[in-house]
Design a protein around this ligand. Structure first.
Ligand code: GLU
Length: 231
């Protein structure tokens, strides 16, 4: 299990995500990546094998700087699928849902079979990708990202620290915790998530540690936490 950092702010969040990844490096990892909601709420992603500096180099090579006020970043320690660009997080379903995940989804083979039948195309060998597709599936019958994530979590067996964003709900981040730590950082210019408070020390020292089974909904000015029962 490795690192997660993310947030929703009123300025470009890219520098904070990269700084957070660098602060999480001490944990060891094999690849890293980030996703941002860029112009017109498009999910824009970059990933790289090896050190965070490789990701930074890739981002610098882009002619158009990747900028966004909402984003997620991840350092991966591969459990399912070799360390590679395509297996690095964030994972994306149908250009609409993006997730970063720490932990292991034990029933991913069954979920994958079901999702292939539902028409989902898999672009990685990870257990994580089923989470993105499950959320996309439930979004088809719901207008609430929170609700779609809660329904998806009920289908998962295993452990997760999770961050989710959606191109259709650019003003929200959903976070969840079960068997893998996750915390919320309350900042002056926005709200944040991380697997370790080290990642957020430049923006806040106010933290809420999620409890087992909690799901959190973050907007720029508000954080709401639901327990496993949905209360
Ligand atoms: N099981 C996931 C994967 O292999 C997440 C690994 C992690 O916690 O970094 O991609």
């Amino acid at each position: 299990m490795c690192g997660i950092v993310g947030g929703i702010t009123n300025t470009d969040i890219t520098p904070l995500l990269l700084d957070g990844l660098n602060r999480l490096e001490y944990r060891g990892y094999d690849s890293s990546g980030l996703v941002l909601l860029t112009k017109n709420n498009k999910l824009t992603r970059e990933r790289a094998v090896g050190k965070v500096i490789n990701l930074e180099k890739k981002l610098k090579l882009k002619t158009n700087r990747i900028e966004g006020k909402t984003g997620l970043a991840h350092t991966r320690w591969a459990t399912h699928g070799e360390p590679s660009d395509k297996n690095a997080h964030p994972h994306i379903s149908k250009n609409s849902i993006s997730v970063v995940h720490n932990g292991i989804i034990e029933n991913y083979t069954d979920l994958k079979k079901l999702q292939v039948d539902q028409g989902y195309k898999f672009t990685s060998d990870t257990d994580t990708e089923v989470i993105a597709h499950a959320i996309d599936f439930f979004m088809q019958s719901s207008n609430s990202l929170l609700e779609a994530v809660q329904k998806s979590l009920k289908k998962l067996k295993g452990s997760y620290g999770l961050g989710v964003i959606s191109s259709k709900h650019p003003d929200t981040i959903i976070a969840a915790r079960k068997g893998s730590p996750l915390l919320i950082g309350i900042g002056k210019n926005g709200n944040y998530i991380a697997s370790d408070q080290m990642a957020l020390l430049t923006v806040t020292k106010k933290f809420i540690f999620l409890e087992e089974g909690d799901v959190a909904e973050l907007t720029i000015e508000k954080v709401t936490i639901y327990n496993e029962k949905g209360d």
